[in-house]
Write a protein of this length. Structure first.
Length: 418
């Protein structure tokens, strides 16, 4: 096939009901090409992230019980209702960790920079469809043509997907993947003993009246209803000096070094005053207020709400300091400090994506080359403590976009290794 014929094949095989409600994207004739080194890192990363999630779960429980690092649990519980905190600490779910893991990796000149670690991700059906469709064209996509379908089946079995109104955009992709009869509103949930995929955010839980009455700890649910595991704060806690030995023991020395390669240096925006002789590591400042005087170059930082908030997903509540005026930056820093007890913020080094080229089909049906920046999102599935790579979704955005996420002018495609 010619590139245009391949693109037409992909376009013509989009399911009739669509994959995302009222969403469009650019179609590429070829998958996104990753270097062999990038592909190798993706293969290694899944088991390390599973160990990291398991370690986070252990650290929180130890902290909540007062056995170690007692400051960790209160930080992660900030702003959450007592009922949800109690559920997440229940003995029946103490060992439960996410069975679906999706890091968002910005492709950089030096490798990858992880901007988020998601355990309730959208895009599972879309990535499955992309993998199958390009696989049918003969492309050796990462994870395999049926890797996403097999991976999700290993987690869900013959269970169902519970979806909230806020996640309704993703209903078509899930109905395509598992069948409409297995996708239901979370408020229609009835215990069956079968696994359920939680396709709603933890902050939705307080208003889910019927689900709260029907679901009890121990009934199979993935990701587990543990909002402390869905905090971006973990990316900062990974760099916390008092926790370095803990991470080394729990994820292993090689795993720790791998995570140091992909997690940009991050801080918790904690307003607690420092001693006069102390400074904030890597920034060399004595208080966060000093950031208000940072130059535009010094503001190559990302400020984001950590987790338990409707602004914590979909690139909302994310601010790139160098894109803001000094006044806007000051406003966001002050807001973050003022709201620390309810909505903690994470500060992270801004890692600029490398430029990459990929063809797509323009509206006039011509093949055009996009020079942009890519977000690489591998999907890992954990079944019986075994981690498999299901597939990789690449969101290739125009180069003028600082926040890389799904948009009309982005190319969505699977990945192959060079």
């Amino acid at each position: 096939m010619t590139p245009l014929e391949r693109a037409h094949y992909v376009r013509d095989h989009v399911p009739g009901a669509g994959l995302f409600a009222e969403k469009e994207w650019r179609i590429a004739p070829q998958p996104f090409v990753l270097s062999a080194a990038h592909a190798e890192l993706i293969e290694k990363l899944g088991i390390v992230l599973h160990r990291f999630n398991t370690a986070c779960n252990l650290l929180y429980r130890q902290s909540a019980a007062g056995k170690a690092h007692p400051w960790v649990a209160p930080l992660l519980d900030a702003g959450k209702p007592e009922e949800l905190i109690a559920l997440s600490r229940h003995d029946k779910v103490k060992g439960h960790v996410p069975a679906v893991i999706r890091p968002d990796l910005i492709l950089t000149e030096d490798g990858f920079a992880m901007s988020e670690l998601d355990s309730v991700p959208g895009g599972i059906g879309l990535t499955a469809w992309l993998s199958e469709t390009y696989g049918a064209l003969g492309d050796n996509v990462l994870g395999g043509a049926d890797g996403m379908r097999k991976g999700f089946a290993s987690v869900l079995g013959d269970g169902e997907v519970l979806i909230s109104e806020e996640s309704a955009t993703y209903r078509p992709e899930m109905e395509w993947l598992v069948g409409a009869d297995r996708v239901r509103s979370v408020e229609d949930y009835t215990p069956s003993g079968k696994p359920a995929y939680r396709f709603f955010e933890a902050f939705d839980y307080p208003k889910l009246t019927k689900f709260k009455e029907a679901w009890q700890p121990g009934q199979p649910l993935t990701a587990p209803l543990k909002p402390f595991l869905e905090e971006k704060l973990w990316l900062a806690l990974f760099w916390s000096r008092p926790l370095q030995e803990f991470w080394r023991q729990e994820v292993g020395e090689k795993g720790q070094k791998l995570l140091q390669r992909v997690i940009p240096y991050s801080w918790v925006l904690d307003p607690t005053p420092l001693p006069p002789h102390a400074v904030i590591p890597e920034l060399g400042i004595q208080s966060w207020q000093e950031m208000e005087r940072f130059s535009q170059k010094q503001r190559e930082l990302v400020l984001k709400i950590s987790g338990f908030s409707p602004l914590a997903w979909g690139a909302r509540g994310v601010f790139v300091g160098s894109d803001l005026s000094a006044e806007q930056w000051t406003e966001q820093v002050r807001a973050g400090l003022a709201e620390f007890s309810e909505h903690p913020r994470v500060l992270q080094r801004f890692m600029k994506g490398a430029l990459a080229k990929q063809d797509y089909v323009a509206e006039n049906d011509e093949i055009v080359t996009l020079t942009g920046r890519a977000r690489v999102s591998p999907y890992y599935f954990v079944a019986n403590d075994r981690v498999t790579l299901g597939g990789v979704l690449v969101t290739h955005c125009p180069s003028d976009k600082k926040l890389l996420h799904g948009m009309r002018d982005a190319i969505l495609s699977p990945a192959v290794a060079a």
